[in-house]
Each structure stands twice: as structure tokens, then as C-alpha cells.
Design a protein around this ligand. Structure first.
Ligand code: KG4
Ligand code: ZN
Length: 334
């Protein structure tokens, strides 16, 4: 009998469902919440309400397009954390009711582990052990991945996530949320050396992105005093310079991690791995340093349920199920 799993992702502002059959992703339905745009960031209460609205139609669509009957499902998987508590609760509660009504087991998935396991959706997949730089709106981590289910965080940000630095810079420039993709777009036509911002140097393999945020704030404030249209006149150069600095910081510790652990299988994951500048820099380093670099397709970079389904498949093979008494975790370690 085939292992068919329905997976649900609702940790932040995307409501998503996916069906996986014997390790093959059959679909990946994502409903993005536009309600947050006018607030310049995700509003948790609005996010949970939007999940409640979107979840049932998204799941119906996933089951329908999988060609399976819900009675053919072997398990239901869901994101347990980390994420927004109210948003996670919507997914977890649905998973419980659904699993109970069908009499099938549940599988809890760690969102950050799932970002990494998205690399096993398409081929070729990285070879173990590999290092994954996980970069999202809430996290920046260097993870040593020893097997599908064995991971160790070897470095991480001690304050803000790199995605936050992208989004905050965009906000300071008056660009709409989420700002990361906008910075990426304008950076394409800008000079990365036009302005310089300080690089942080944290101990070991750790990162810090709070300093650059403040540096950008003061830089823009001072320039705007001299020229009220400074941002509009130099949008591309500002974006390219900030992005260049952020990527440089990410790469410094990634290079150090690869050297310390003597690993040249390198992967990136999470929303910020959609960044074109980061992708180009990794390609460059792969030829310079002999790295084998793995970059997920755009669809599997930002939040999606296919990655939850992939992680759940490996847990199913290992018979890792959870009970109906499970609760979500806003903070959840790898
Ligand atoms: O993984 P993700 O979808 O959600 C979280 O788990 O946080 O990541 C979202 C983050 C946001 O900060 C967004 O601005 C950033 O990923 N992002 C990008 C790009 N696309 C998404 N940052 C830079 N360049 C991009 N192209
Ligand atoms: Zn994410």
C-alpha cells in the first residue's frame, strides 16, 4: 500500500496544503494573505483569521487535485512550530479533527527542518553530511545535516533574522511588505559598492543583523536631510549596497563553517534563498571553492506545505507519529 500523506502549513502568512504519495509531491496549494500589505508586516490576529478562511478550500483543492480519496490517506502532517501561535493553532486543530475522523495518525513537523528537507523534493538532492544555510523572515541558521532526521545547528543569528533586515530596510525606504523581493528587484540595476555599511563580526559561526538595520536608518535619515528625494533618486544603488552587505555577512560564516567541517556539499533554504543576488554569489563560490551548491526551486523557497509533506514522509518511514494531545510551539528548536 502506498504512503499517502496530507500536509498542512500555517505557521505565518501562507495557508498551504500538499499531498505526497510514496515520497512524490502531487501538488502544493498556497493561498497568500494580502491583508497584511497595508500594515507593512504580518498582523498575527489577521493571519489566524485568514488561515481559518483559507484552510478548508486549500485542503479541498489539494485532495481533489491529488486524485486520491481522503480514505486513501495514511497520515496527516502539520507544522507544529516555530511560528505565530494563533496561526499554528488553526493548522494543528484542523489536523487533529481530520486525523480523528479518519482514524489515521498525525505527524508533527518542525518548520525549519522542513525548509531544509525541501531539497529532497527535486533531484539531485544533497549528499550527507551537508551544510544548509537557512534564511527566512524569522531565522538565520547554519545547520549541519547528517541525515533526513538528524540535524545540528552550528551557528545562528543572535538577534534579527536576515529576512527581517531585508524587510526593515524596505520599510525604511517606503517599499511595500514583504520588502525582500523588492530589494532584490531594485538591486539588479544598482551598484553594490555605491554605499558601504558595516559588517558585523560575531564569535564562532553566529550572525548579527541588528547593527545594519540601525546603520541603514541613520544613513537614510542623514541623506534625506540633505536631499529630500534621496531615496527615490538612488533606489537601485541603496538596495544593491544593502543586499551586497547582507550577502557578504551570510557568506563569511558559511565559508568558515564549510572549512571547519570540511564539507563542500552546500545548500540554502528558506524565503531569502529566493534572492537572486544570493543565488548568484553561491554559484560564484561553487566554482571558486569547489562547492557543490543546492538551491531549491522558487516554489519551495518561501513557505509551502510540500516541504512539510516531504519532512512528514521521512518521519512516516521512521514511524514517528504524535498523539491528539499535541500542542503547537511558537518557539521550536531543530
Ligand atoms: O521562509 P519564509 O517564506 O517565511 C518565514 O518562515 O519567515 O521567508 C520570508 C522572508 C521574508 O523576510 C521575505 O522578505 C524574504 O523571505 N524573501 C526575500 C526574497 N523573497 C522572500 N528576501 C530577499 N530576496 C528575495 N527575493
Ligand atoms: Zn519559513
Amino acid at each position: 500500500m502506498k504512503i499517502n500523506i496530507l500536509a498542512i502549513e500555517s505557521s505565518c502568512d501562507e495557508t498551504s496544503a500538499s499531498v505526497i504519495s510514496d515520497g512524490k509531491i502531487l501538488n502544493n496549494i498556497v493561498a497568500t494573505q494580502s491583508v497584511h500589505e497595508k500594515y507593512g508586516g504580518v498582523v498575527p490576529e489577521l493571519a489566524s483569521r485568514a488561515h481559518q478562511q483559507h484552510l478548508v478550500p486549500v485542503i479541498q483543492e489539494a485532495i481533489k487535485t491529488s486524485g486520491l480519496d481522503k480514505k486513501e490517506l495514511s497520515a496527516v502532517a502539520f507544522t507544529r512550530g516555530p511560528g505565530l501561535m494563533g496561526s499554528l493553532l488553526v493548522g494543528v486543530s484542523f489536523a487533529k479533527a481530520f486525523a480523528y475522523s479518519l482514524g489515521i495518525p498525525m505527524i508533527e513537523v518542525n518548520h525549519m527542518e522542513a525548509h531544509i528537507l525541501a531539497h529532497f523534493i527535486d533531484h539531485p538532492a544533497p549528499l550527507f553530511p551537508f551544510i544548509c544555510l537557512t534564511v527566512s523572515g524569522g531565522h538565520t541558521q547554519l545547520v549541519l545535516v547528517k541525515s533526513h532526521l538528524e540535524m545540528e545547528v552550528i551557528g545562528e543569528t543572535l538577534d534579527d533574522a536576515v529576512g527581517e533586515a531585508f524587510d526593515k530596510t524596505a520599510k525604511l525606504m517606503g517599499l511595500p511588505y514583504p520588502g525582500g523581493p523588492m530589494i532584490d528587484k531594485f538591486a539588479l540595476n544598482g551598484d553594490p559598492k555605491a554605499y558601504s555599511f558595516p559588517l558585523s563580526d560575531m564569535p564562532d559561526l553566529n550572525y548579527s543583523f541588528s547593527g545594519i538595520k540601525t546603520a541603514v536608518l541613520y544613513f537614510l535619515r542623514d541623506r534625506l536631510k540633505e536631499n529630500a528625494t534621496f531615496i527615490d533618486d538612488n533606489k537601485n544603488d541603496i538596495c544593491a549596497s544593502v543586499q551586497y552587505t547582507l550577502i557578504k555577512m551570510l557568506m563569511q560564516k558559511l565559508k568558515k563553517a564549510a572549512k571547519i567541517h570540511r564539507i563542500n556539499e552546500i545548500a540554502i533554504a528558506g524565503g531569502v534563498s529566493a534572492n537572486l543576488g544570493l543565488r548568484a554569489e553561491l554559484e560564484k563560490l561553487s566554482s571558486e571553492l569547489g562547492w557543490k551548491v543546492y538551491i531549491p526551486s522558487f516554489e519551495y523557497c518561501t513557505d509551502n506545505a510540500a516541504m512539510i509533506a516531504m519532512a512528514a514522509h521521512f518521519k512516516f518511514l521512521n514511524q514517528e507519529f504524535c498523539g491528539l494531545d499535541i500542542s503547537p510551539l511558537a518557539k521550536m528548536k531543530i
